[in-house]
Ligand binder design. Structure first.
Ligand code: SF4
Length: 578
């Protein structure tokens, strides 16, 4: 008997599970995300399925800690106004920037404490463009800037702020510890359309020892920065005296600047953390301007060996308590997280925070998933950041290649931002956020059609993509230098199948195009790579075109519409050595 007649064509059915197709066009060829179905308005919002043994979401929300909203004339913060049912102009603007959410859904997420809109009322009077941080929204990234006592200044930091926004930073933290801190902060606030966060403790100890810090200085500096327009404060109020003995077995102790300074203060004075003792007063100052909390993780692990230890998790428990207290006083809250965490522990860390902090947005630094790649920590941490966002983090604080080594320069900022845009976007696609994959699908269509111009236009960094392409072959034809004409599977696929994307009128190309001369940015990219000498880069735009006999608007002689495969191959080998 013939086996062919009874054999099922496929032994496996495709796994048609998931949250839905993350492409809003629903034309993808895979069924979508393996994430849970969206639960906007519930504790899961966009969520990965829990590995068995993970902490369950908290059944509580901000409503449970202040069920009676203030009256309309007393409501100041976005949280208080959301509790009254108001859709603020900022919520409406956020809905425009998050097209998968309505303004009412944003209001409800803010009221539940699962989302914040960090928008100081003073900064709103400048140029702030409101955004949100919460797991119902797309994943955000933060870039850290700031002059140190050894390097940089106000102008350079403002330029870095603009540069990091150019590369996709959603919020900026000014972590200056040197130079004129007040002028630098003011200049950044005036110029930034993105929310600005600070660690106010840094300014409190300029010109004095940490031991000389008083309650009065703390409250005055917070009031000053709130009045300047800072949108969120990192306050390390969760590090308690009782936690300090738990650090003795750590490999690297405390790596948070704020955490280490406050630990020193507590040991010197034999008293509790002043940020914890003053917490209600701090809330009242922040509420008056609608400054959001970023509850600092002063005991975050600084190496894999210290991850998820008792000190870290006990501090997280206190951050949960402080979240409740801030909500009770009408203040918006997000919570900061680690740090350096082995890959297998990331989900636990995210889901424990979700439980202890009742879904308040989690803002994590990385985490780095290995410690032995200094110089490449934007990559080690980008790996962890992707997992963190998939498992619940709402904002990722970038790490640059200079992490642990020095103050980031302009190119380090770009590299850090790009690594984190990749992490955030990969998580959004995986979580099944509607529309998250549209640009990926469009780029795939352009790639399938061998439409290089569109391919580059849709790239996150078009200059780098164009420069890398033209470094080897500056003709936009139906192959590239990676495989060459004969081995170009995309070209061959187009020849052998009715490939829908390749025929899409919007993506199809008219034929080979002579690529434009390299821009100065693209030339700079190639100069940095060092693969071509200066003369070759200068001449690049004309060299290969001439070699292949291409004229503006005409096909290169090696294009498969013009020459058969053997002839195309011969021309390539003879004229450009490929
Ligand atoms: S030559 Fe290779 S890398 Fe280039 S387009 Fe074709 S298949 Fe893709």
């Amino acid at each position: 008997m013939s086996t062919n007649s009874t054999r099922k064509p496929f032994r496996l059915d495709p796994p048609l599970l998931g949250a839905g197709n993350p492409s809003s066009r629903e034309q993808g060829t895979n069924p979508g995300s393996f994430a849970l179905k969206p639960d906007i308005g519930g504790p899961l919002t966009y969520s990965s399925p829990d590995t068995p043994g993970m902490p369950a979401p908290s059944p509580l929300t901000a409503w449970d800690f202040n069920p009676a909203p203030r009256s309309a004339d007393q409501a100041v913060t976005q949280l208080e106004r959301a509790r009254l049912g108001e859709v603020t102009p900022q919520m409406r603007r956020v809905a425009e920037r998050e097209p998968h959410l309505t303004a009412e859904q944003i209001r409800d997420e803010v009221a539940a404490g699962r989302m914040i809109i960090p928008a100081n009322r003073v900064h709103l009077s400048y140029a702030l463009d409101p955004m949100c941080i919460g797991r119902a929204a797309t994943t955000k990234i933060n870039a850290n800037l700031g002059a140190s006592p050894l390097a940089s200044g106000t102008d350079e930091e403002v330029e870095k702020m603009q540069w990091s926004m150019r590369w996709g930073a959603d919020t900026i933290m000014d972590l200056s510890t040197g130079g004129d801190l007040d002028a630098c902060r003011s200049a950044i606030l005036q110029a930034s359309t993105a929310p600005i966060g600070t660690v106010p403790l840094y300014s409190m100890i300029i010109g004095r020892r940490i031991e000389d810090l008083t309650h009065k200085i703390i409250l005055e500096q917070l009031e000053h920065q709130a009045r300047q327009g800072v949108d969120y404060f990192t306050i390390h109020a969760g590090v308690l005296r009782e936690h300090l003995p738990l650090l003795k077995d750590r490999l690297i102790g405390i790596v948070s600047r704020g955490g280490s300074l406050l630990a020193k203060w507590m040991m010197h004075h034999g008293r509790q953390n002043p940020m914890y003792e003053l917490f209600d007063d701090i809330c009242d100052i922040m509420r008056a301007y609608d400054v959001s909390f970023s509850l600092g993780d002063g005991l975050r692990p600084g190496g894999l060996a210290d991850a998820s230890d008792e000190a870290q998790l006990r501090e997280l428990d206190i951050l949960g308590e402080l979240t409740e207290r801030a909500w009770a006083r009408g203040v918006q809250v997000m919570v900061e997280g680690p740090g350096h965490v082995p890959f297998d522990q990331i989900e636990y860390n995210m889901k424990l925070q979700r439980q202890l902090c009742h879904g308040a947005p989690f803002y994590v630094l990385g985490p780095l998933v290995t410690d032995i790649f200094p110089g490449y920590d934007h990559i080690t941490s980008g790996v962890g950041a992707t997992a963190a966002a998939w498992h619940g983090a709402a904002m990722l604080c970038y790490v640059t290649p200079k992490e642990h080594l020095g103050l980031p320069k302009k190119d380090d900022v770009k590299q850090g931002c790009i690594a984190y845009k990749i992490a955030a976007h990969a998580a959004d696609v995986a979580l099944g956020i509607p529309g998250a994959r549209d640009r990926d699908d469009d780029l795939t269509r352009a790639r399938a059609a061998l439409n290089w111009e569109k391919h580059f236009e849709l790239s996150f960094d078009p200059d780098t993509a164009r420069a890398f392409h033209d470094e080897d072959l500056d003709v936009d034809t139906d192959f590239c230098a990676m495989c060459g004409h004969d081995w170009c599977s995309v070209r061959i696929s187009k020849e052998i199948v009715e490939f829908a994307s390749g025929k899409d009128a919007e993506f199809a190309w008219d034929g080979p195009q002579v690529s434009a001369a390299l821009t100065s940015d693209q030339q700079e990219i190639l100069e940095k790579r060092g693969a071509l000498d200066a003369e070759a880069i200068q001449q690049l735009a004309g060299k290969t075109r001439r070699a292949m006999g291409a004229r503006r608007g005409a096909q290169a002689n090696c294009h498969s519409d013009t020459a058969d495969d053997d002839e195309a191959h011969r021309l390539q080998t003879e004229r450009i050595g490929s």
